[in-house]
Design a protein around this ligand. Structure first.
Ligand code: AMP
Length: 302
């Protein structure tokens, strides 16, 4: 029987510099990155779908074709008659990358507007994956309904995984971000935070504080990533740690957390123990940060 992994969020057009005045058009976004890697790792018996919104213009068509070519199902992609997809441009200034975004009225922001459609996607999922960015882009009056729908799906038996992915610039206030992220953790089984962000916005003194906070919110498994530092995970048996492999040349940390989540979840969902799954996450992330770009073609990675 096929099992279904559903990722929910926003994919954007990425314009990455290839020369002085030329850019390469690609597609990326935190939850999409995870879905892309999950699809590469999980075997045939799993379906991987992406729930987002796109327009009806040609770049939206290209994005859909990109999903399908990657083996990601598009049944739950909503077509918006008035909007199109968000876009960002990466610019290099003396080797430093800077990002400019055009996403304030993207089609993906409407992904939870049609509740019946959202429920249909959630009902079909065995695993639901979303992030703080998924919540940030929703109109604020739709966030509660979205989390209610996820909660209902979880009550029916779906497993819910959530990466807080704290990006205060996408939120009205830091308080709104923190409150909504904690509400999301309360409807999640697995929470996958990155310690540096959590320390900044929640004031956690150490990874164990981050793990405790999400455990108290209701998550049964918390995996705290910490850049080159130890990953700390907390399940029933209390906190455990794993030293990630050293990376001698970090080329581009884009999608480090997204790829970690993908390899961790794919391993965990196939029944591996937690240490093996954390190691798989760290191994893929190490390979991804050794290359440029979010979506790195590493067919032999895990
Ligand atoms: P982060 O979200 O920055 O905590 O990173 C996610 C994961 O990527 C970490 O748990 C590591 O497995 C990996 N990672 C990130 N930065 C580094 C680094 N400098 N060296 C080795 N691994 C890293």
């Amino acid at each position: 029987m096929t099992r279904n992994f559903l990722a929910i969020g926003e994919c954007m057009v990425e314009m990455a510099p290839t020369g002085e005045e030329t850019y390469r058009l690609g597609f990326a976004g935190d939850t999409l990155n995870t879905a892309w890697y999950v699809r590469r790792i999980l075997p045939e018996g799993w379906g991987v779908s992406y729930l987002t919104g796109v327009g009806r213009d040609s770049v939206s068509e290209e994005m859909l074709a990109f999903f399908e070519n990657a083996g990601i199902r598009t049944d739950f992609v909503q077509r918006d008659e008035e909007r199109t997809v968000g876009l960002y441009i990466i610019q290099l200034n003396d080797g430093e990358r800077s990002f400019s975004y055009w996403r304030s009225d993207s089609a993906a922001r409407q992904l939870a507007r049609d509740r019946a459609r959202l429920d249909a996607a959630l009902v079909a999922a065995d695993v639901i994956y979303f992030s703080g960015i998924t919540l940030a882009i929703l109109p604020k009056e739709q966030r509660g309904g979205f989390l209610e729908a996820v909660k209902t799906a979880r009550t029916r038996g779906a497993a819910v995984a959530f990466d807080p992915n704290l990006r205060p610039r996408l939120w009205e206030t830091v308080e709104a971000m923190c409150a909504t992220v904690m509400a999301a953790a309360a409807v999640s089984d697995i929470v996958l935070p990155s310690f540096e962000d959590e320390a900044t916005y929640f004031g956690d003194a150490g990874p164990v504080d981050t793990a405790n906070r999400y455990t108290e919110a209701g998550a049964s498994l918390v995996i705290v990533k910490n850049g080159p530092g130890e990953v700390l995970w907390q399940a029933d048996e209390g906190p455990r740690t794993f030293q990630v492999p050293p990376v001698t040349e970090v080329v581009d940390t884009t999608a480090a957390g997204d790829s970690f989540n993908a390899a961790f979840l794919a391993s965990h969902l196939q029944g591996a123990d937690l240490e093996t799954s954390v190691a798989a996450g760290a191994r893929l992330a190490a390979q991804v940060i050794g290359r440029r770009g979010a979506l790195v073609d590493l067919s032999q990675a895990v």
